[in-house]
Design a protein around this ligand. Structure first.
Ligand SMILES: [Fe+2]
Ligand SMILES: [Fe+2]
Length: 393
């Protein structure tokens, strides 16, 4: 085990994928000991925990969500068909979904280099989800201790198990389908640090259940539309079911609590949620990928931020967060103009997760019978020509 003071900044390459590369490819050579090392970073937290001695089921909605968590379990090892081929990337698809399709530095690349860029861009995006899922795992485990009510503790335990499976499934996806992992984006890391090391349990709920998971839900939906990989589509189907439950829990549990706060306390929470949204916008810029390909980072960033596809995507991401903040009571008069400046206040009246859509949440999982090894009419995951993968967004 190697302890580090800061999260690593290097890319990680995976052996499972490297083994499928041609012998003369330099990928295998790039795989070093450091890439298979256990790396840990310590954080310390002044967590205030509670026992609960009455074991009273205080809120039937939370109890029902906990039951759903138990009923709708799935297993990444047996419920996902990992042996499906990616669909071919077409120019039409790239033009529609690739933010850099018309960027001169991208257009100047050979087809081989464009394919490599696509793989890196996907790996970068999915790596952030993986790191975010680890953050959710750690936060959910903290909530078992610090959520004050009995039902919420049980629910947090079921969410902890959900998040463990999310970490597992994204990790496997990166290892086997893409072969590399990007380090955590510094902006995402700063939000996770804040949520994990703040002792106020409701801040953890606001940061994780409402902002980060709300954003992730919208992003997963957008990626499902754009991806050419049926495996990723199936992974996201399962993860989205769980995340919808998590966000619903956060909104339902928080709304009564926030109503009891003083104005000053409520304003603190409203400002925290706003700042988490601002940082989250920054974390959507794939600066590490620009650097890897030797692009002018400032120029590429500017192009990315002003591009139509990206502007729409960055706004749409907040279509779930804003209505939920409003429902909880955190879209206060002091932060409304700030959200207006970000151009996302227009989403405030969309559907929120306070009214629970039980029909949708209780829909049985559609898990197909999947092969546990390659069959004659499928292709081994690790031999799929991944270089034809499209950009995620
Ligand atoms: Fe998750
Ligand atoms: Fe979650």
């Amino acid at each position: 085990m190697k302890y580090v003071a800061k999260a690593p900044r290097e890319l990680t390459y995976f052996e499972a994928y490297a083994q499928t590369m041609p012998v003369d490819d330099d990928f295998a050579q790039r795989l070093k000991n450091q890439h298979v090392e256990q790396i840990a970073e310590i954080f310390k937290t002044p967590l205030t925990g509670t026992y609960n001695w009455d074991y009273t089921e205080q809120d039937n909605r939370i109890k029902r969500l906990y039951q759903l968590g138990k009923d709708l379990n799935w297993d990444a090892q047996t419920d996902i068909n990992w042996y499906q081929n990616m669909r071919e990337l077409t120019d039409e698809h790239s033009e529609k979904f690739n933010s850099f399709h018309f960027y001169p530095s991208y257009q100047a690349m050979s087809q081989e280099k464009k394919d490599e860029f696509s793989r890196h861009y996907q790996a970068w995006a999915l790596s952030q989800f993986l790191h975010g899922e680890q953050g959710a795992l750690l936060v959910a485990s903290q909530l078992c201790s610090c959520a004050p009510t009995y039902n919420a503790k049980l629910y947090a335990a079921s969410q902890t198990f959900d998040e463990a499976r999310h970490v597992e499934v994204f990790s496997r996806y990166l290892k086997e389908r893409l072969g590399l992992m990007y380090p955590i984006n510094t902006h995402l890391k700063s939000i996770l640090d804040k949520i994990l090391t703040d002792e106020r349990w409701d801040l953890k709920f606001i940061g994780m259940q409402v902002v980060i998971e709300g954003l992730a839900l919208s992003a997963f939906g957008a990626i499902k539309v754009a991806t050419l990989d049926p495996v990723l589509n199936d992974v996201l189907d399962l993860v989205i079911r769980d995340e919808s439950r998590h966000v619903t829990f956060g909104v339902n549990y928080l709304e009564e609590f926030v109503a009891c706060l003083t104005d000053e306390e409520r304003e603190q929470r409203a400002m925290f949620a706003y700042e988490a949204c601002v940082i989250s916008r920054e974390r959507l810029i794939p600066t590490d990928v620009f650097q890897y390909f030797g692009w002018d980072v400032e120029e590429a960033r500017e192009y990315f931020l002003t591009g139509t596809i990206n502007q729409l995507f960055r706004k749409l991401l907040f279509s779930r967060v804003l209505p939920n903040l409003k429902r909880i009571g955190l879209l206060t008069d002091s932060v409304r103009p700030k959200f207006e400046e970000l151009g996302i206040l227009e989403y405030e009246n969309l559907a929120h997760d306070g009214d629970i859509n039980w029909v949708e949440l209780e829909r049985p999982l559609e898990i197909k019978t999947v092969p546990t090894s390659p069959t004659t009419n499928t292709t081994l995951t690790t031999t799929v020509p991944l270089k034809s993968a499209a950009s995620m967004v």
